[in-house]
Write a protein that binds this ligand. Structure first.
Ligand code: IMP
Length: 503
């Protein structure tokens, strides 16, 4: 007969934290959100740590190179999605690893015979107001000049006139040569009081632009996640089908961490793939999952020897696995069970295996509770899909701006490798994810600023300065439906929800 786990399957919103003593040193500025990603022996340090406890979901609608660059600049790690050809995934990894912080390849370029109307259109399309002019309008064409929004007046000047009449011509532009260091480029910008420095090769072709605003931005992002060569750190999703070809290409492209992407990770396939990679590439970090119970955690820790394990089945915002297959577990119950087993494993072996809570985090409070319950870091899809840097276009629906967001198990993504449904795309018989839209909320930096401030504030309430200390100190209480209601506003009309505003 089937074994029934007696305990009810619970979610994060069923818990609240009870504050602990806040001492004088418990201030946000003293809090460290640095967490390990790779397993480590007690007393030693992890081979890979991240500066904020966030990684992106391995999804088409979330993790492209722009997202990876944006998140690494904030201290987190993106896993570039694997439901794409090996070459294009490796190219995305390569783009992140070769991203020279401060050196930008221009994606808004003009020909001298383009009209001012073309400039206005391009500015709307890309949002950029500084555009180099090259002989053929390409990003590496012969540099002829530069046009910014200070050079013409959109509503006064004749928009049919050519760019060549308005641009600052090359002879009047301060330029850098290929090989110039970022420090030298910034010093030149400062000395010549300029906003942008085009860098040209010996043939006069445009290579990069260096912006003053990026320098300022860099100073404002002290958490940037860099490898020992000062390149941004990036991860990539892999599957258990083509890893023999995919992994070598990703390693060649410079990937730092791999994550076996499967909805149910308790399988011999994960073990075989992980051991194959470990034997050939002992230095790369390998995570996997997903699991929701202690047997599966033990298997991935002991047999597959993974560096980190992901917890979560059926909780994702776009996920219909529980409805379709009856598989899954409340995320809080799953995480608490696995975290307790991880701690037990650590006592037995002296090896600490970081846990990643994956999916279903629908607000900052749930993120905080997940950390308190023993997750070292979070994998999130929806949260990042809503930002400017996700790889999807903005769409206006009913006067509001949205971005498409779809599950890897939806018909749109057809990521059959993740769901073990037959052996090919044509074997994709039923969906495990939906295809929808999420509202646009701003840049990765903007949304993280708010979330991170909340996490730090709560950690101070809980008398903790590190994530580990937070989880060790945390005291949680289960809440009744009534106290959940009490947690909202009471007997006050909310300006946003209850009183219609005149627009
Ligand atoms: P979210 O952060 O709640 O949007 O959940 C993202 C997570 O959902 C991913 O990291 C995956 O683990 C999972 N996921 C992605 N696509 C699907 C799907 O189509 N069905 C079920 N789960 C999915």
């Amino acid at each position: 007969m089937a074994r029934i786990i007696d305990e009810v399957s619970r979610t994060f919103s069923e818990y609240l934290l009870i504050p602990r003593l806040t001492r004088a040193e418990h201030q946000s500025k003293n809090v460290s959100l640095r967490v390990p990603v790779a397993k480590f022996k007690k007393g030693e340090s992890s081979a890979l740590t991240i500066n904020i406890p966030f990684v992106t979901a391995t999804m088409q609608a979330v993790s492209g190179s722009e997202m990876a660059i944006a998140l690494a600049r904030q201290g987190g790690l993106a896993f570039i999605y694997c439901s794409q050809p090996i070459e294009s995934q490796a190219a995305m990894v390569n783009k992140v690893k070769t991203h020279k912080a401060g050196f930008v390849q221009s994606d808004s370029n003009l020909r001298p015979d383009n009209t001012l109307q073309d400039v206005v259109n391009k500015r709307k399309e890309t949002g950029h107001s500084t555009m180099p002019v090259t002989h053929d309008g390409s990003k590496n064409g012969i540099f002829l000049g530069i046009l910014t929004d200070k050079d013409f007046w959109e509503f006064e000047d004749d928009l049919s006139r050519p760019v060549s009449e308005f641009m600052t011509a090359k002879e009047n532009v301060v330029l850098g040569d290929t090989g110039i260091s970022l420090l030298e480029a910034n010093q030149l910008l400062q000395k010549r009081k300029k906003e942008c420095l085009p860098v040209l090769d010996s043939e006069g072709r445009l290579q990069f632009l260096v912006f003053k605003k990026d320098y300022v931005d860099h100073r404002n992002n002290p958490s940037e996640l860099l490898d020992s060569h000062k390149r941004l750190v990036v991860g990539a999703g892999i599957n258990t089908h083509d890893y023999r070809e995919r992994v070598p290409a990703l390693i060649e492209a410079g990937v730092d961490a791999l994550c076996l992407d499967a909805s149910d990770g308790y399988s011999e396939f994960q073990k075989e793939a992980a051991l194959w990679i470990r034997e050939r590439y002992p230095d790369v970090v390998i995570g996997g999952g997903n699991v929701v119970d202690i047997d599966a955690f033990r298997y991935l820790a002991e047999e597959a020897q993974l560096d980190f394990v992901k917890v979560g089945i059926g909780g994702g915002s776009i996920c219909i696995t529980r409805e379709q297959k009856g598989i899954g577990r409340g995320q809080a119950s799953a995480l608490m069970a696995v975290a307790a087993e991880r701690d037990k494993y650590c006592k037995e072996t002296g090896i600490y295996i970081p846990l990643c809570s994956d999916g279903g985090l629908s607000n900052d409070t749930q993120i905080i509770i997940a950390l308190a319950m023993g997750a070292d870091f979070m994998m999130m899809g929806r949260y990042f899909a809503m930002t400017d840097e996700s790889p999807t276009p903005r769409v206006s629906i009913g006067g509001r701006i949205y971005k498409p967001y779809w599950g890897e198990g939806s018909n749109r993504a057809k990521n059959w490798q993740r769901y073990n449904q037959g052996a090919s795309e044509t074997g994709f018989k039923f969906e495990e994810g939906i295809d929808g839209y999420v509202p646009v909320v701003g840049s990765v930096k903007e949304v993280l600023d708010v979330t991170l401030s909340k996490i730090k504030a709560v950690m101070c309430n809980m008398g903790s300065l590190t994530v580990k200390e937070f989880a060790d100190n945390a005291v949680l209480t289960r809440i009744s439906e009534q106290s959940f209601i009490e947690g909202g506003t009471s007997n006050v009309l909310s300006l946003d929800k209850d009183i219609p505003r005149e627009v």
